[in-house]
Structures are given as structure tokens and as C-alpha cells.
Design a protein around this ligand. Structure first.
Ligand SMILES: *[C@@H]1O[C@H](CO)[C@@H](O)[C@H](O)[C@H]1NC(C)=O
Ligand SMILES: *[C@@H]1O[C@H](CO)[C@@H](O)[C@H](O)[C@H]1NC(C)=O
Length: 347
């Protein structure tokens, strides 16, 4: 095992400090005699409890707001009450150790509030609808996020693509704040206009090499027609006091839009791009699936759920079970639509 590790390291020619680290780790590791003999020794008479950090909640649950439609352009359901959550968002959350409660956008408000009382954070997905009952539900949930945090209860929000656009409309109180961009089915780079702004953000957990790769290789997936330019964000007092810009990206015509933001005073991160797709969606040809693209996604998932672990909400386990997304069956739509491989449809 040790020789194959150092062998692989030599082949990949890591930077010298990495190699030193690997060698140091190899030197510190016990010679693993037991493993070599094929025997696994368990500690006797002692349960091995996971270390507990009283400040962290290790059973976080995330609410995801469903989006109108079936996710397949009506090919699976034309029901007017139908809504869906792409399974890629659910798996994104699950991949970092959390479970999901679907916040079905057109359920009665009491149900929405009941479900919000069971979760430790929320996620707004991509999509297209910017008005009507869906937008009203997003506004209510966004206000809930602000209220919880204002009351000193950490409650993170991660909003992607349409989710970011809607949050920009809500914060600016301007439904016409968005601008047109050509970034449909496009892989892009992330540019970092201000490295100091990355402090305390998701990018703090990135290896500097990966940050560099993000700015030179197209590691993230864009799929949007709207967005917000850095100029518009900076010139809008409400938006520029609420958010700091972490990254920007160029569209197909070189027009630059804001691609990642973080709220100054809230655990709210928004991306115009789609971290979930690198690992869980294969329908569109441009989605990056490289190991680095996957690491970017994993860092975002782990960061978001690390914020949810700070939640003090400890909902009753039976109520959580009754509302988990596991009460619904996902549907494979990848042969009918290129938009998503698997969706949960609520009707
Ligand atoms: C939904 O409506 C469209 C357009 O009328 C039709 O092509 C499609 O087959 C319908 N879908 C279902 C599941 O019935
Ligand atoms: C860069 O970010 C830091 C930290 O958020 C901020 O104080 C500073 O004003 C920013 N600089 C520019 C040029 O925007």
C-alpha cells in the first residue's frame, strides 16, 4: 500500500511540498502488520464513539423548494399542480451528509412553515419561473432565512442559477434587475476579481491549485439566459451592501456576469452556475465531469452542509422521517429529456 502510494505520487509528479507530506504520512503510519495478515483488530471492550462537537449538529436536514412542472417539458406530467426537484440537487445535499425535505411550492402555507421547522437550511434550485405562486413561495422562504439568522439562529441558504436570480430580484426589490447573457449549455471558468473577498467563503477550503485551475479551465457548468453584471450589482445599493462578489465569468460573447456571491452578514451563498451537475447530470454534452470539476462540487456541498451543522434546530426524528424526500420515488427521465437524468415529481 505504501509503495503504491509513493509510486503513484512519483508518477503524478506532485509539487515537492506534497511529496514531502506524502512521505511524512507514510513514515508516521504504523506498518499495518494486522492488515498485512488479513486480520482486523478491533479495540476490546470499548465502543468507538465518533468525536462529538457540541457546537455541530451531525444530522442536518435541508429543505429544497420544488419548481413548477415535471422537469421534462410535460413529457411525464402535464398536471397544472405538478412540481419537481431534480434528484441531482438532492444527491448534492446527501453527498455532504445531509438529508432532504421537499418544500413543495404550492402546498398550503402551514405545511411550508411546518416543514421549515424541520430543516437546518434551504436550497433554491435552477429553473425558469420568475413570477406567480412560485416566486411568492421563494420570497417567503427567503424572508424566513433572514428572520432566523437575524434572531441569532444560523440557517444557511444556497441558491443556484434561477435561485440566485430570484434572490437578486428580492434583495434589490427590482424585478427588472436581471440582464441578458448567452450562457446556455456552456462550461466556463470562474474569475476571482478580489482574492481578499474569499476570506470566510467556500473558496477557503479550496486547494490553491484548484483555484488557479478554476480560473484557467472550464470546470463549471452554466445554463442561463439571464444574470447580473458586476457593474449593475455594485451600483445597486441594496445588492452591493448585501453581497460581496466572489467570482465572475464570461459568457459566449465575452460579456461578464457575476457567477458566485456570498452575503456579507448571512450564511447565504449563490451561484449562477450549477455545482450539482458535475457529479449527477449527464444529459447535456457541455457538463464538465473531470476529477477537478467533481472536487469543486464536493467543496461546495461540504461547505453548505458545514453551515447547516451550525444550526441549533433539533426537530423530532419521527416528524423528519414523515417528511423526508424518501417518502417519494424518483423518476428516470433521461431518455425523454436532456434537462435532467432523474427527478422527483410532486403532483
Ligand atoms: C403533455 O402535452 C403535450 C402537448 O400537448 C403532449 O405532447 C404530451 O404528450 C403531454 N404529456 C403527457 C404525459 O401526456
Ligand atoms: C476586496 O475584498 C475586501 C474584503 O471583502 C474588501 O474589504 C475590499 O474593499 C475589496 N476590494 C475591492 C477593490 O473591491
Amino acid at each position: 500500500m505504501h509503495s503504491s502510494r509513493t509510486g503513484a505520487a512519483a508518477m503524478g509528479s506532485p509539487p515537492p511540498h506534497r511529496l514531502l507530506l506524502l512521505l511524512a504520512v507514510a513514515a508516521v503510519l504504523p506498518r499495518s502488520a494486522a492488515a498485512a495478515e488479513g486480520v482486523i483488530r478491533l479495540p476490546r471492550g470499548r465502543a468507538c464513539a465518533a468525536p462529538t462537537d457540541p457546537a455541530a449538529y451531525d444530522r442536518p436536514v435541508i429543505g429544497i423548494v420544488s419548481h413548477p412542472g415535471d422537469g421534462a417539458g410535460g413529457r411525464v406530467s402535464n398536471g397544472t399542480a405538478a412540481s419537481y426537484i431534480a434528484a441531482s440537487y438532492v444527491k448534492f445535499v446527501e453527498s455532504a451528509g445531509a438529508r432532504v425535505v421537499p418544500l413543495i411550492y404550492n402546498e398550503p402555507e402551514e405545511r411550508l412553515l411546518e416543514k421549515l421547522s424541520l430543516v437546518n437550511g434551504v436550497l433554491f434550485t435552477g429553473g425558469s419561473v420568475k413570477s406567480g405562486p412560485y416566486f411568492e413561495t421563494i420570497k417567503k422562504v427567503f424572508q424566513y432565512v433572514l428572520d432566523k439568522n437575524d434572531a441569532g439562529i444560523p440557517f444557511p441558504l444556497f441558491a443556484q442559477c434561477l435561485g440566485f436570480e430570484l434572490v437578486s430580484m428580492i434583495v434589490s426589490k427590482d424585478n427588472n434587475i436581471l440582464e441578458s447573457f448567452s450562457a446556455t449549455n456552456q462550461a466556463s471558468t470562474l474569475q476571482f476579481p478580489n482574492y481578499s473577498s474569499l476570506e470566510g467563503s467556500v473558496f477557503e477550503r479550496f486547494d490553491p491549485d484548484l483555484i488557479k485551475k478554476l480560473s484557467t479551465s472550464c470546470l463549471v457548468m452554466q445554463n442561463h439566459k439571464y444574470g447580473i453584471s458586476p457593474k449593475t450589482l455594485r451600483e445597486n445599493v441594496a445588492l452591493s451592501s448585501f453581497f460581496k462578489i466572489l467570482t465572475t465569468s464570461p459568457d459566449e460573447n465575452g460579456e461578464v456576469y457575476v457567477s458566485t456571491v456570498q452575503a456579507n452578514k448571512y450564511p447565504i451563498t449563490c451561484t449562477q452556475w450549477h455545482p450539482e451537475k458535475a457529479i449527477f447530470e449527464f444529459g447535456k454534452q457541455m457538463i464538465p465531469h473531470s476529477e477537478e470539476a467533481v472536487q469543486v462540487t464536493q467543496n461546495f456541498a461540504n461547505y453548505f452542509i458545514s453551515q447547516a451543522r451550525k444550526s441549533q434546530n433539533r426537530p423530532p426524528a419521527d416528524k423528519v422521517l414523515d417528511n423526508l424526500i424518501y417518502n417519494y420515488s424518483p423518476t428516470f427521465i433521461g431518455k425523454k429529456s436532456k434537462s435532467f437524468d432523474v427527478v422527483y415529481i410532486f403532483s
